[in-house]
Design a protein around this ligand. Structure first.
Ligand code: NOJ
Length: 581
């Protein structure tokens, strides 16, 4: 059995090759974390400045969303240069300084790698546009002639994830209407051609570049999108829909661009590179694939771990939580990975909002949930983005936060890695008050009147209750912060018993003390609304999803997500109880 004790106690804490198996990983969306130079955008020096905060929080690692040079057509997931820092965010020297400070605090660094597409400002894409059809420069991306007499129709009628067509037509260097290029996401994000060895080589170089700089692991963006079979004639949307197997979609790897088996050849190569380092570099796949296909990404010969977004898509409901947890623990064991748990990230409605919405309107669908494996448009049915299915006035703020805290305390007790998203430790909910003119997300602009987009979970953090941009920086905030942020500021919660921040700090500290093996045992409660499980060492977790207070098992209640009611566990509350094993 794997143990995590070693990395917590020994001087060799930073060399434990299994550090990731039960790590608490905190996601930083750098442009909205902390702005050290007062230009309105969060930056790398801002992360360095907040290392003491991160250490105090008690996380094991940070995952940085892209900080590379970018025009921000998609929040940085449109990368101009993979081996540099966006000048708006700092320099490579700033990165090294941040890495040293994080490591000195015992915090590891995971960075985002975006291999499916570059930005349209990448040197290679500019070269492709300036070069003729059939040239080596075009071969780095996916260019095709159009259909129709003059090539005026796109090569297929597929939709992009952000809405609108997946193909865009270019103007050839001689000024004539030309070929079409493929972009699964925004038109500023042309897809790479992964059959080209030059692309493979270049990403190996990038992985080495960051590994050599001390990066401990990688989060792989759209890990299921790179391998493509685009042999002609391309099927049309209707052909694909007819071929999809009911709700399972293409669970057999036969879709032209989602989740094809060949992608694992790339990861096998990456794994060899990761294992050249000591400790081996880790990787986690962002792969929205059928659950039966997730293990391939998580295998030790591949990336090693894959996100499971099942809890994130579930209502606050005992039966579905139990099934998801049980199924994923089995699957993780079978693949040799450890499980991953996540409620919030930069793509989905924050869980404090989801749990405060009436059921049915509360489903979290981020941009990637919109990529149904059929390549269709699931998630764009009006139930997708924030509050699209439930107006803001239906939100019960207090209930949402109570449930979010209960759910998080349950999540932190599970074996496997816990992925936390900046601001959830403050109890932040989604910001729904962003005026259209100030929105940034391409999915909002490409789906007029349909998608609200992901800006509501990307608003700069409130560090103080007053002052310019609630302490985010001296220069305002790049997305507007609502007035209610002042009540959630770090300064308002630090040292305050019962605050969400102190709950996270206590739970993370206890988690690192209590956690040993990756075992979990269910305890029968005789109440379908109450989940109870134990971990080795007498650590018990009980969550009450029902409406009446329930008895807790004997032992010491070491933390609870809300006050107890005469020693009983009230509705929408979780408690950890420690008793002699
Ligand atoms: C997944 C990322 O999490 C999301 O933010 C981004 O828009 C897409 N991939 C495209 O890179």
């Amino acid at each position: 059995m794997f143990s995590t004790k070693a990395h917590r106690t020994g001087a060799d804490r930073m060399s434990d090759p299994n550090w990731w198996r039960q790590a608490a990983v905190y996601q930083i969306y750098p442009r909205s974390f902390y702005d050290a130079n007062g230009d309105g955008l969060g930056d790398i020096k801002g992360v360095t400045a907040k290392v003491p905060y991160l250490k105090e929080l008690g996380i094991d690692a940070v995952w940085l969303s892209p900080f590379y040079p970018s025009a921000l057509a998609d929040g940085g997931y449109d990368v101009d240069d993979y081996r540099n820092v966006d000048p708006k965010l700092g320099t490579l020297e700033d990165f090294d300084e941040m890495a040293a400070a994080l490591h000195a605090a015992g915090i590891r660094i995971v960075v985002d790698i975006v291999p499916n597409h570059s930005s349209d400002r990448h040197e290679w894409f500019k070269e492709a546009l300036a070069s003729p059809k059939g040239s080596a420069a075009r071969e780095r991306y996916i260019f095709r002639d159009g259909r129709g007499e003059n090539g005026e129709l796109p090569p297929s009628d597929w939709d992009s994830v952000f809405g609108g067509p997946i193909w865009d037509r270019i103007t050839e260097p001689d000024g004539t209407p030309g070929q079409w290029y493929m972009h699964i996401f925004a038109k500023e994000q042309p897809d790479f051609n992964w059959e080209n060895p030059e692309i493979r080589e270049d990403f190996l170089k990038t992985l080495r570049f960051w590994s050599d700089r001390g990066v401990d692991g990688f989060r792989i963006d759209v890990a299921h999108g790179m391998a493509k079979d685009l042999s002609e004639p391309l099927p049309m949307k209707a052909d694909l829909e007819a071929k999809a197997h009911g709700t399972d979609g293409f669970a057999d790897g036969s879709h032209p661009f989602w989740d094809r088996d060949e992608v694992h050849e790339v990861y096998a190569e990456w794994r060899k590179l990761f294992n050249e380092y000591n400790p081996p570099r880790t990787a986690v796949a962002e792969a929205w694939v059928h659950e039966t296909r997730r293990a391939r990404y998580a295998s030790p010969e591949g990336l090693g771990q894959a996100f499971n977004f099942d809890l994130l898509q579930s209502d606050f409901d005992a039966a579905s939580f139990k099934k998801i947890i049980a199924d994923n623990l089995v699957a993780a064991k079978e693949s040799g990975a450890s499980s991953t748990w996540v409620f919030s990230n930069h793509d989905v409605v924050r869980h404090a909002t989801r749990y405060g919405l009436p059921k049915g309107g509360s489903v979290a669908q981020g941009t990637n949930a919109a990529q149904d494996v059929t390549g269709g448009t699931k998630g764009q049915d009006g139930k997708g983005w924030l509050l699209a299915g439930a107006p803001a006035e239906e939100l019960d703020v207090e209930l949402g936060l109570r449930r979010a805290r209960a759910a998080t305390l349950l999540l932190l007790a599970l074996p496997g890695s816990a992925y936390l998203y900046q601001g959830e430790e403050l109890g932040l909910r989604e910001v729904s008050e962003i005026p259209d003119a100030e929105r940034q997300d391409p999915s909002f602009f490409r789906n007029p009147g349909v998608e609200i987009g992901r800006d509501g979970c990307r608003v700069p953090l409130p560090w103080t209750a007053d002052g310019s941009s609630f302490g985010f920086g001296a220069g305002g905030a790049h997305l507007p912060q609502p007035e209610w942020f002042k009540d959630y500021a770090v300064s308002k919660q630090e040292g305050v018993e019962g605050s969400t921040l102190e709950l996270y700090r206590t739970a993370l500290r206890l988690r690192s003390e209590l956690q040993t093996d990756e075992e979990l045992e269910w305890v029968e409660t005789g109440n379908q609304d109450v989940l109870h499980f134990s971990r080795p060492g007498g650590w018990h977790t009980v969550t009450n999803f029902g409406s009446d207070p329930v008895e807790l098992p004997d032992g010491d209640v070491v933390v609870s997500s809300g006050p107890l009611d005469n020693g009983k566990l009230p509705a929408d509350t979780t408690a950890w109880v420690v008793r002699d094993a």
